[in-house]
Design a protein around this ligand. Structure first.
Ligand code: ATP
Ligand code: MG
Length: 319
């Protein structure tokens, strides 16, 4: 059986938690407000100069720790943090090692520090940009007072992360939401915070346009992206979901394929659905009451099978 560490690194645990991607999306696919774009460009310049200073100018041999570059991408969901991490890796000609921190922590309780070390090692070996997605959980947890065991693990995680960051000579990106508070020691290791703002009208209009294929997506004449951008103050992620929903609805119309078109009404209805789905999510997040958890049938059957197998073994041994 594969070790948890190996499974973690190869991402074979149902593909959850960690994966290495060869970046496909580039900055041509991303539309950002000017301030976000500027900060990102500065971050990229730092990465490029870093290679110049520490490799070509030899300073990496004189200074062997604290050479890594850590960035925090902070912003609301769907504002383009993941796509930009991919675009940065693409720009640098590197792979992207994506660690979904929230999933890893919940899946590998007790193994998290070990897995963090493994992720840094793997990023070094693959020369990949290391991307800790949904890293909010790392940000707030280290506590100084008396600790319970869960806190103790969180403290260890942050300490291990700090140590690994100190030793790592590559690029690490954390993605968090805007409310995250970093531990001061951790904060010192973050070179730049890039704030991902919600797109304004002009950006939204362009995001609507990049979400469709420039020549192959059949749009009806009444489609007006400017009007959609003015009317709906939504994130790029919502726009993407709305485009896919509208396309699905248009494709389901009872017409021959060559007559099918995405109309403005498809797009408007799709936005309404996306917004309604978000409302449901919000309610289910905040209205959660303790529920009776039904016993898991699979666990029950497995236990019965185990007891049966042990009984059979005992009978065989006694004979
Ligand atoms: N600024 C943008 N320009 C173009 N497309 C965007 C932009 N923002 C989001 N999108 C679209 O929405 C999708 C989701 O965005 P992305 O996953 O990068 O958001 P995120 O900030 O990482 O969200 P989350 O916090 O939920 O992880 C992208 O794949 C892309 O298609
Ligand atoms: Mg993301």
């Amino acid at each position: 059986m594969a070790s948890p560490l190996l499974t973690f690194l190869t991402g074979r645990a149902g593909g959850r938690g960690v994966e290495t991607v060869v970046p496909q999306r580039t900055f041509a696919d991303v539309i950002l407000p000017p301030t976000t774009r500027r900060t990102l460009d500065e971050a990229l310049a730092q990465v490029r100069n870093h290679a110049l200073i520490f490799t070509r100018w030899g300073l990496g041999e004189r200074h062997t720790t604290g050479l890594g570059l850590a960035f925090n991408f902070a912003g609301l969901p769907g504002t383009g943090k993941t796509i930009c991490a991919e675009a940065i890796a693409h720009e640098l000609g590197m792979k992207l090692l994506v660690v979904n921190y929230a999933e890893v922590e919940s899946m590998w309780m007790g193994e998290t520090p070990k897995n963090i070390v493994a992720a840094f090692r793997s990023a070094t070996e693959q020369r990949a940009v290391l991307f800790f997605d949904e890293a909010d959980a790392i940000a707030t947890r280290r506590s100084a007072g008396p600790v319970v065991s869960y806190d103790r693990e969180s403290n260890t995680v942050v300490n291990v992360l700090l140590r690994e960051l100190e030793a790592f000579n590559g690029v690490v990106i954390f993605a968090t939401n805007l409310a995250s508070n970093f531990d001061p020691a951790f904060e010192r290791r973050i070179r730049t915070h890039v704030r991902f703002e919600m797109p304004g009208i002009d950006e939204r209009e362009k995001i609507w346009k990049v979400q469709i294929h420039p020549s192959r997506t059949p749009l009806a004449r009444d489609v007006d992206f400017r009007a959609l951008a003015e009317r709906f103050e939504i994130s790029g992620g919502d726009i993407k979901n709305a485009v896919l929903k509208a396309a699905t609805a248009a494709a389901a119309e009872p017409l021959p394929d060559r007559e099918k078109r995405i109309h403005q009404s498809h797009l408007e209805r799709a936005v309404a659905e996306v917004l309604a789905a978000k409302d449901v999510m919000r309610q289910s997040l905040f209205d959660q009451k303790p529920k009776f958890v039904a016993p898991n049938v699979a666990v029950f059957i497995a236990s019965a099978a185990l007891i049966f197998a042990i009984a059979a073994l005992v009978i065989v041994l006694l004979r």
